[in-house]
Unconditional design. Sequence first.
Lengths: 102, 576
Amino acid sequence: MQKASIDAIKAHPKYQELVRSRRRFSLTLTALILIIYFGFILTIAFAPSLLATPVSAGAVTTLGMPVGILIIVSAFILTGVYVYRANGRFDALTSAIQEDQQ
Amino acid sequence: MIQLSRLGMLFALLTPVALLAAPAVSGAVERQATNWTAIYMFLAFVVATLGITYWAARRSHSAKEFYTAGGGITGFQNGLAISGDFMSAASFLGISGLVFASGYDGLIYSIGFLVGWPVIMFLIAEQIRNLGKFTFADVSSYRFGQTQIRTMAAVSSLVVVAFYLIAQMVGAGKLIQLLFGLEYWMAVVAVGLLMMVYVIFGGMTATTWVQITKAVLLLSGASFMAFAAMSAFDFSPEEMFRQAVETHPEGLSIMAPGSLVTDPINAISLGLALMFGTAGLPHILMRFFTVPDAKEARKSVFYATGFIGYFYVLTFIIGFAAIVLLAQHPEFFKPDAIAANGTLIKDQLVQGLDGGTNMVAIRLAEAVGGNLFLGFISAVAFATILAVVAGLTLAGASAISHDLYASVIARGRANEATEIRISKIATFCLGLLAIGLGIAFESQNVAFMVGLAFAVAASANFPVLLVSIYWRKMTTRGALAGGLAGLISAVVLTIMSKAVWGDVLGNTAMVDGVEVSVGLIGLNNPAIVAMPLAFFFIWFVSILDNSAQAKREREAFEAQKVRCDTGIGAEGASGH
């Protein structure tokens, strides 16, 4: 790519919007999954009895079961949220920038 | 000190092949009677995949076709192929066995293996697709000294591939011995030869379709098994858990985190290795070049996360249901686990299972689906190993031909035909090496190998890759220093850990009058030290670097960033 076209893209308001909003979005989601996962690991290390609590009085099923399944589901949902936003808004911005380059 | 040995067990159990290699497969394995149903089903799989390979071999002979299947795989197909690359026989048999033996702890490991995927999605998947061509070193060397960075990336890729491959081969040999009643060496040779045929003749196209076929077979087989097992409990998880607690010798404690995770430092270190190791595995990263653009790269991670997460939920159900359902089949247990009245002795549930806990899923297949389904699941387990080793070998061969040969030795002047030929020769040599080492390591303890592969991926590949994408001021010297610091510290700390120092090198100590193997350090996985060390050296050496080359590399960041953000100038799919 030529230096001139790089500078043109960098100056494009939509490029700046793309970079800013995507960075904020991916960092937020990364922080979320780190908090969820290491929250879980630290609970296991420091307060495992929390996960051993029954879900309701007299039940054998413990709180740890739905929590574990929820973490698996949340990993899937978070990637889905990212794809939805990226394939919609971010790709629209990207193709607008690409068109202006031609 | 008892604590320490438990942690060693945790480490051994946490690595997928360790799951396979540790409990049942170390030591003498009894050969089972030859299982002809399983062998016929497996032969059907082999014929089908060789058909795929024949079709793939005729399609094209370009480097793009060989390394990336022409870049025309859809996001959905790639999602399945990624799952096929990632869900090893060890995680299927090992995790269901672990759930059977200790309940909730099995789920902790499944979650660790899954959470790397969102990180890959948010931070590197589409960036890799936009910047790279054939290997992840294309990305980490994008604006840096090609010779240094590619050599380093190729070395750490080969370390990851070699240890992962040996562990898979040994696991494969032992597993097939158990399932099919074949000799160990025959199993290893069969896996090695088939994998060589797929990769040499069909390249990435054949590898991809072998992985897709295997993923579909594994997911449908496991779905059927979990469904049939749940029907025994009228589809009530509470009912399944209640009966499992009644049957299991450890009772209620199988419903919560047990003794396997007790030490925060080791728990976090392992969490880091699992989460970020996935994001540094060369055979996984390579899969992002098989899709046409960043949009399909994203979709493939989304589908892969769904399939892999679903698969881990299935293995959890299979393990728990097996506690109840296998106990109803005394014929699955060793004779001395059976009481005089012909029922299973409660305490013998785990130790008494014939063939060890790696056989849990296989036995459950027999219990819910008879001999035919047993044969199907055994064949699927074999197919699973083939798909994983084919992906690994292709990644190793690409590191040799694309990074070392084309970029370092020929300095970018190699012609395509020569590069592909080198790649095929490399595949052949890696295949022979894998067979040789697989046989040589038959009776060695290989439990540490997958852990080491993940640790090197997390501590050498991932930091360099991540920082090269996001930090303007990184330089060749910084990348080199950080990558080497991660690689060397991961390897050295692993050697000092109990899994190698104690279990492999045989250093023991007397604890409470019992001789146990010990490590020089209490850390079981090096990631908590090696990863920060890599990031520190990248930062420290980069900021001290004021050379002219460093200045050029920082100036080149803008062009890299624009291409990375917009995909303008990225490698497209080949048009055929």
